[in-house]
Write a protein that binds this ligand. Structure first.
Ligand code: BES
Ligand code: MN
Ligand code: ZN
Length: 490
C-alpha cells in the first residue's frame, strides 16, 4: 500500500529554526502579529518576512495559499513557505494549507512553525492526503523521503486530534491504490487477497467463492462474471466495534475490476478508464480500513461484489433472462448495465444475512450521472430523508460533493419488461435514476437506504484539492463521519 507521510508534532523550539536544512513553513495572517517563531525567522531574514506580509501579493493570497522564499540568506533552509492562515481558519482552509505544503515539499524535510495556528491536525490531514503518489508500476519509483514535523503549542493535543484523521487518510489511500490499480494486476482474486490481509487490523473477513455464490443463488452477479476467466467473488468484512447483537450499518460496493461492457461492448476510446469500475468496492474497503484503524465504536459490515465484465463465448447475451437471489427475473437488454446486476444480489444478501439498521451502496454505476452532475458531486438517491440528510451533512463537512436526485414511480415504470419482471435498463432518459430504481427493487421493506453513484467522482483527469490526478478516495471521509455521527453510540 502507498504509505502515508508520517507527521509528528513537537514543542516549539525556536533555536532549531536557523539550522533546519529542509523547508520551513510559516503561518501568517495579513495584518496579524508575528509569533515568537515567526519573529525569529524574520530576524534571521533581516525583516523579509514582515515585508512580505505587508506586500499586496501576500494580502491578495487566498486563505490556505502559499508564497515561497527560496534559499533565504540567514537560514540553512532551502526555502521558507509562507502561508496565508487566518487565526480563525476553518477546517477547509487548514486542509488547503496542508495540501499546498505537500505539493511544495518534494522530498525535503519540512518543519512547520505553527504556534499560533489552531487546527494543526487539519493542516496535517490536508498534507497527508495530498502527499499521495501512485508509483506501483514505475520501474524507478520515487520513494517519498523526508520528515514532516509541526511545532505547535500543544503537541499532545494535536497528536490526539490527528490520529483519527490519519486513519481516514489511510483508508482513502487504500481506496486510491485499489482504484488506480490496472485490471491485470487487481484481478478479483488479488482484490480479495488484499481484503483478507485486513484481518490483521481486527476485521473479520470472509471470501465467498463461486460455489458458495451458486448455493446462495446470486445468479445475476455470477452471470456478469461468467464471461471472464477471473472467478467472481463476494467479500464480507465485519467490524464489530459496537454493542454485541446490535444491528450493523451495511455498506455494499460494486467491484467490477474491469468493465468492457461485455457483448454490448463499449467503444475502444477511453475504455482503459474502466479499470476504476471497482471504485464503489474500493470505497467500502477504505472505509472498513479507517473504522478498524481508529477503533470505531460501531458495528459495520462491508460487502463487495468482485467480478469482471468480459465478452466471450460464455458471456451473457442481450435478451438473456436471469433470476436474482431475491427471486425476481431480469431481462438483460444491455450487458453494459452490469453494475446493478452485481449489486442487487450483494444488497439482498447483506439484508438477508445481517438485518442491518441501514444500507448504503456505492457504485460507479452510470455515465449519465457525469452528464448530470459532472465531476463535482456524486449522485445521491435515498428512500429516507433522515439518513440522506445525515449523509449530505457529513459529505458537506468533509468537502466531498454530493447532490440528491429524485426517485419516483414514473421512473420505475421505465424498467417494465415484456417477458420478465424487469429490464436491466430504462432507456436514455434519466439513466442514473432508472439505475437507482432498479436497485430500489432490492431494498427490503422499511430499510433506510442510500445509493451513491460515484462514476463522476471516484477518479479524476485533473488534480483536486486533496488528491493528485487519478483516484480520489471520495466518500471515505464522509462515510467515516456518518458512522461517527450516527452509528457510534455511547
Ligand atoms: N461502469 C459504467 C458506468 C461508468 C461510466 C463509470 C463512466 C465510470 C465512468 C457502467 O457499467 C455502464 O456501463 N453504464 C452504462 C449504462 C447503460 C448501458 C444503461 C452507461 O452509463 O452507459
Ligand atoms: Mn457497464
Ligand atoms: Zn460498470
Amino acid at each position: 500500500m502507498t504509505e502515508l507521510t508520517p507527521i509528528t508534532f513537537a514543542e516549539i523550539d525556536i533555536d532549531r529554526i536557523a539550522g533546519h536544512g529542509g523547508r520551513l513553513a510559516v503561518f501568517l495572517e495579513p495584518g496579524g502579529r508575528l509569533d515568537a517563531a515567526a519573529r525569529r525567522v524574520n530576524k534571521l531574514m533581516k525583516g523579509a518576512l514582515l515585508r512580505l506580509m505587508e506586500s499586496q501579493r501576500f494580502i491578495d493570497l487566498k486563505p490556505g495559499e502559499t508564497i515561497s522564499l527560496a534559499y533565504p540568506s540567514g537560514l540553512a533552509a532551502e526555502a521558507v513557505d509562507v502561508l496565508h492562515m487566518p487565526r480563525r481558519a476553518d477546517q477547509e482552509v487548514a486542509r488547503r494549507a496542508g495540501a499546498s505544503l505537500a505539493k511544495l515539499r518534494g522530498e525535503a524535510d519540512l518543519l512547520m512553525l505553527a504556534a499560533g495556528t489552531r487546527r494543526v491536525a487539519d493542516v496535517a490531514f490536508g498534507l497527508a492526503m495530498r502527499d499521495y503518489n501512485f508509483q506501483d508500476h514505475k520501474s524507478e519509483p520515487k520513494p517519498r523521503k523526508g520528515t514532516v514535523e509541526v511545532m505547535c503549542s500543544k503537541p499532545e493535543d494535536a497528536t490526539e486530534a490527528a490520529t483519527p484523521l490519519m486513519a481516514v487518510a489511510e483508508g482513502a489511500f487504500f481506496t486510491r491504490d485499489l482504484t488506480n490499480a490496472p485490471a491485470n494486476v487487481l484481478t478479483t482474486t488479488a482484490f480479495a487477497e488484499q481484503l483478507v490481509e485486513m484481518k490483521a487490523l481486527g476485521l473479520e473477513v470472509e471470501v465467498l467463492e463461486e460455489a458458495d455464490l451458486e448455493k446462495l443463488g446470486m445468479r445475476t452477479l455470477l452471470a456478469v462474471g461468467q464471461g471472464s476467466d477471473s472467478p467472481s467473488k463476494v467479500v464480507v468484512m465485519q467490524w464489530k466495534g459496537g454493542a454485541e447483537g446490535e444491528a450493523p450499518l451495511a455498506l455494499c460496493g460494486k467491484g467490477v475490476v474491469f468493465d468492457t461492457g461485455g457483448i454490448s461492448l463499449k467503444p475502444g476510446a477511453g475504455m482503459e478508464d474502466m479499470t476504476m469500475d471497482m471504485g464503489g468496492a474500493g470505497v467500502v474497503s477504505g472505509v472498513m480500513r479507517t473504522l478498524a484503524r481508529r477503533g470505531a465504536k460501531a458495528n459495520v459490515v462491508g460487502l463487495v461484489g468482485l467480478v469482471e465484465n468480459m465478452p466471450s463465448g460464455n458471456a451473457i447475451r442481450p435478451g438473456d433472462v436471469i433470476k436474482t437471489m431475491k427471486g425476481d427475473t431480469v431481462e438483460v437488454i444491455n450487458t453494459d448495465a452490469e453494475g446493478r446486476l452485481v449489486l442487487c444480489d450483494v444488497m439482498w444478501y447483506a439484508q438477508d444475512r445481517f438485518k442491518p439498521e441501514a444500507l448504503i451502496d456505492l457504485a460507479t454505476l452510470t455515465g449519465a450521472v457525469i452528464i448530470g452532475l459532472g465531476h463535482e458531486n456524486a449522485g445521491v438517491f435515498s428512500n429516507s430523508d433522515k439518513l440522506c440528510d445525515a449523509f449530505l451533512k457529513a459529505a458537506e463537512a468533509e468537502g466531498e460533493g454530493a447532490w440528491r436526485l429524485p426517485l419516483g414511480k414514473g421512473y420505475d415504470d421505465q424498467l417494465k419488461s415484456r417477458i420478465a419482471d424487469m429490464k436491466n435498463i430504462g432507456g436514455r432518459p434519466a439513466g442514473s435514476i432508472t439505475a437507482s430504481q432498479f436497485l430500489k427493487r432490492f431494498v427490503q421493506k422499511d430499510m433506510p437506504w442510500i445509493h451513491l453513484d460515484i462514476a463522476g467522482v471516484a477518479s479524476l483527469k485533473s488534480e483536486s484539492l486533496l488528491a493528485p490526478q487519478g483516484a480520489t478516495g471520495w466518500g471515505v471521509a464522509a462515510l467515516n463521519r456518518l458512522v461517527a455521527d450516527q452509528f457510534e453510540k455511547g
